[in-house]
Design a protein around this ligand. Structure first.
Ligand code: DC
Length: 220
């Protein structure tokens, strides 16, 4: 299995860049943050207190999670519920880091991501998250840290959240970085990881940079 592992902070453009790179490579695309978001959605649905680590971990035994790895078809489901858009709601974004901090959840997520990649049906998988290059796929053929300067990430998020106040967006990006980096370090590249800084290049240049690294490393 040809794995392209990509980590990076919020607003680095990671998700859309990784999806497009997967599409151009003919690979599957795995957004691992979606599973943390879906578990948060499921816990809230079942009135489980997110800070109760045992209760949240207890949900994993019967968490009916599914995700499409087809880069052209974004679909995340919990049982019969299509949660593709509801997991992007601010109420989930604000709450998800409590779930991402849970050690048993992280273990489950690691196995789940490996399993999904192994059975993707594609020749390769582009997997993006915060611990792809370090914990989940440390032996991946390609390992990339996609970064961008903080002001650039804030400006991109502000563009996505049109209508929201810039100060609010700044505060929310900073808060998420701070909370997320308590769990995993995704600001510095581990040994063997290639850094791609997207601050001064556009979307398609960033996608090309990723594809060039994949091709140079594996001949894909
Ligand atoms: O990338 P995202 O915003 O969808 O991630 C949602 C949350 O899950 C965020 O708190 C970071 C966390 N996460 C993680 O800890 N490890 C991953 N591999 C992916 C996401």
């Amino acid at each position: 299995m040809n794995i392209v592992a990509i980590d990076g902070p919020a607003g680095s453009g990671k998700s859309s860049v990784a999806r497009e790179a997967a599409s151009q490579l003919g690979f599957g695309f795995l957004d691992t943050g979606a599973a943390y978001r879906a578990l948060t959605w499921w816990a809230l649905e079942r009135n489980v207190e997110l800070t109760d680590e045992d209760a949240v971990a207890g949900l994993l035994g019967s968490f009916p999670y599914s995700i499409s790895l087809d880069p052209a078809r974004e679909r995340v489901a919990v049982g019969e519920s299509d949660v593709t858009s509801s997991i992007r709601d601010p109420r989930i974004s604000l709450a998800v880091s409590a779930v991402a901090r849970n050690v048993r959840v992280r273990e489950w997520m690691k196995s789940s991501a490996r399993e999904l990649a192994a059975h993707s049906g594609f020749a390769g998988v582009v997997a993006e998250g915060r611990d792809m290059t370090t914990i989940v796929f440390p032996d991946a053929a390609t390992r990339i840290l996609l970064t961008a300067r903080e002001e650039v990430r804030i400006a991109r998020r502000a563009g996505e959240n049109a209508g929201r106040d810039l100060a609010e967006t700044t505060a929310s990006v900073r808060e998420r970085d701070a909370k997320d980096s308590n769990v995993v370090d995704f600001f510095s590249a581990a040994s063997g990881v290639t850094v791609v800084d997207s601050s001064d290049i556009n979307f398609s240049e960033t996608v090309s940079a990723i594809i060039n690294i994949v091709r140079a490393g594996s001949g894909a």
